[in-house]
Design a binder for this molecule. Structure first.
Ligand SMILES: *Cc1c(COP(=O)(O)O)cnc(C)c1O
Length: 368
């Protein structure tokens, strides 16, 4: 039996690869003396890691969090350097990383021991040492760096030079003194040695040029989203790559006293026209948006009514002149409703909303 696939299906994440490239160009303009390691972990922040890697051919390298993410990109034919930000934990993982030519971030002593104890099929390249400078998450303490660098440089399992990496805990707080302190700590480790350093994520790329170093690591800004609470993406010259859309699949005319959705959290105080939209937490539309979310229908912002359910939300159509079944609903990604706005409504950060867009949502790629 042949199955006909509908040309248009909802919900859909429309992903503009030309806009992605525009955002990468901005990174490059801001960091003319640095190379760019584009961060495409977590399925490229929900945008689809393979398509995003292909479209970011002008980056100098890629970074992901985990081995499985790196292998997926290699199996799709991506050939640039791919750095595993979380490193590896076991001999099997180390061997797999070598086999797939994935680069490792070493962030603790047991990983360094693992390297010296494990046979690998070919030497690793483009590896990094993560230095603890204030995040207290991953990283070797600064006083251990010299010895580790010495050992890694001597090791015949690593065929080129090692870089020093660290990560800001407060890059979204412009001019925060702690950023200066973290950078100073990393720089102390390099002394007068000629070692590449990498520190800056999106927040630091946009606000702390002294931290750019040899390699910058943009994530969020590539996807056109602002890392700062008080600055919009367009203030920064960024454009959103993803527009999340769905469709009205039912309209209900409620009377005063009628409730909508689970739990009856919202009750009509007057006669209200309610639209039912095919999106829910099963698609990654956060349940935190219950009763507080906003969506766009026919260029107007309208409110989410009641609880977000797995597949559906209810929205207020009272102020929409002509709403009909099949009308498109924008969940985020436009000037009037950015994912940053929705994140505020949900009391979270745009990173989380983007990563949560689930497999059920089709990614539809276009170029401009
Ligand atoms: C995720 C991540 C980045 C990218 O951060 P953004 O704020 O999205 O730019 C950079 N470096 C490391 C180590 C990361 O884990």
């Amino acid at each position: 039996m042949t199955i006909t696939v509908m040309s248009k299906s909802y919900p859909v994440a429309n992903i503009d690869l030309a806009v992605l490239q525009h955002n990468l160009e901005l990174v490059k303009r801001l960091t003319p003396n640095s190379k760019v390691m584009s961060v495409i972990k977590a399925n490229a922040y929900g945008h689809g890691s393979i398509q995003i890697a292909q479209a970011l051919a002008d980056s100098d390298a890629f970074a992901v969090a985990r081995l499985s993410e790196g292998i997926k990109l290699r199996q799709a034919g991506i050939q640039k350097d791919i750095v595993l930000l979380g490193g590896v934990l076991t001999a099997e993982e180390l061997q797999a990383a070598a086999e797939f030519s994935l680069s490792i971030v070493f962030h603790n002593q047991s990983q360094l021991d693992l390297l010296s104890q494990t046979q690998i099929s070919k030497p690793l390249t483009f590896c990094w040492l993560m230095v603890e400078t204030g995040m207290n998450r991953l990283g070797l303490s600064a006083d251990k760096v010299d010895e580790a660098l010495h050992n890694l440089t001597q090791s015949n399992k690593i065929s080129d030079s090692i870089g020093l990496m660290s990560h800001f805990a407060n890059a979204d707080c412009v001019d925060d003194l702690r950023n200066q302190q973290q950078l100073a700590k990393l720089k102390q480790c390099t002394d007068n040695k000629n070692i590449p350093i990498s520190m800056a994520n999106s927040g630091a790329i946009l606000s702390f040029s002294a931290s750019h170093g040899d390699w910058v690591r943009p994530g969020l800004m590539l996807y056109g989203v602002s890392p700062f609470e008080n600055k919009s993406a367009s203030d920064l010259g960024l454009k959103p790559v993803m527009q999340l859309r769905s469709v009205l699949i039912a309209i209900q005319d409620l009377l005063a006293g009628d409730q909508v959705g689970y739990g009856g959290d919202w009750v009509a105080s007057d006669a209200t026209r309610v639209g039912i939209v095919s999106i829910g937490y099963g698609d990654g539309y956060s349940r935190q948006l219950s009763n507080v979310g906003k969506v766009v229908i026919n260029d107007k912002i309208v409110a989410v009514l009641g609880r977000v359910s797995m597949d559906l939300i209810a929205v207020d159509l009272s102020n929409i002149d002509k709403a009909s079944l099949g009308d498109e609903v924008l969940l985020w990604g436009s000037d009037i409703l950015a994912v940053e706005d929705v994140a505020q409504q949900a009391k979270t950060i745009p990173y989380e909303l983007l990563c949560q867009v689930s497999e059920r949502v089709k990614r539809d790629y276009h170029n401009g």
